[in-house]
Design a protein around this ligand. Structure first.
Ligand SMILES: Nc1ncnc2c1ncn2[C@@H]1O[C@H](COP(=O)(O)OP(=O)(O)OP(=O)(O)O)[C@@H](O)[C@H]1O
Ligand SMILES: [Mg+2]
Length: 245
């Protein structure tokens, strides 16, 4: 089982769009794939049209009142399962702080999941105890970055955090997201950072077909399979597979 986390300290950078579209492509490739929505916003759950069956489900999973395998739900797509988020996911940090092995709890919960080839964690933005759990549990941390100053600042902060906390930096892989070809700044930032092998060559441009996932409440490929946006995600997925699987 390979665990990917779609993560960034910064919000609104395309984590969820990538989590859903990469999960869809993994499932279509025949990998038994699970999306675990760890974000109380529940955006992945929304895109996959799945709601939790239990009140305060996320909280109960982290408190081990519910077994993680029992909250896995099917989706409309073959080979694709979901653990949806609910608003109780906002308590995750508080719950973790009271736990004995507070930085390894998520890893231990993932141990209760059998039969999946790929798990994709859709992470809330931030850098907290939950995120330390994510860094420990994931085999690969995929970080979308918009090629702008603030996004790159947050990339620097995450890198520094890994260095200062003896975290395995080789897990960290980045890709550019919401790239706007009309902006010189985007080109300049990308050229500068491509020197760093931490970045995948393939990137996701700013395209309204991606934004329409919200209106269609579906992965991109279900309504725009022949689009440039779909091709960009396919190219990124091929590169992720080559490097990470
Ligand atoms: N490549 C893209 N082109 C255009 N719009 C995009 C693209 N990727 C994402 N979006 C839109 O930008 C917004 C934020 O994207 P998304 O929810 O994937 O980011 P996020 O990093 O998961 O955000 P959050 O930190 O709130 O979880 C959404 O409205 C989404 O539809
Ligand atoms: Mg998100």
């Amino acid at each position: 089982m390979t665990v990917f986390a779609l993560y960034n300290l910064k919000g609104g950078v395309g984590k969820t769009a990538a989590a859903i579209n990469l999960a869809y492509l993994a499932a279509a490739d025949g990998y038994k794939t699970l999306v675990w929505d760890l974000d109380p916003q529940g955006s992945s759950s929304y895109y996959l049209n799945v709601k939790s069956n239990n009140k305060n489900e996320t909280k109960k999973v982290f408190e081990e009142e519910l077994a993680v395998k029992d909250v896995v739900q099917g989706s409309l797509f073959e080979n694709l399962w979901v653990i949806p988020a609910d608003i109780s996911a906002r308590h995750t940090d508080a719950l973790l702080s009271g736990h004995k092995h507070s930085k390894k709890k998520l890893k231990s919960l993932l141990g209760g999941l059998k039969g999946f080839d790929i798990v994709i964690l859709d992470c809330p933005p931030g850098i907290s105890l939950l995120h330390e759990n994510i860094f420990n549990a994931a085999d690969w941390i995929l970080m979308p970055n918009i090629p702008t100053t603030l996004s790159i600042n947050s990339f620097g902060t995450v890198n520094e955090y890994f260095e200062n906390n003896d975290l395995d930096k080789s897990k960290l892989k980045c890709f550019f997201s919401m790239v706007d070809h009309r902006k010189n700044l985007h080109h300049e930032v990308m050229q500068h950072f491509y020197k760093d092998k931490i970045f995948f060559k393939n990137y996701i441009p700013y395209l309204s077909d991606v934004e329409k996932m919200g209106i269609n409440q579906q992965p991109l490929f279900e309504y725009a399979n022949g689009s440039y946006a779909a091709q960009c995600f396919r190219d990124l997925w091929h590169e992720v597979k080559k490097v990470c699987l």
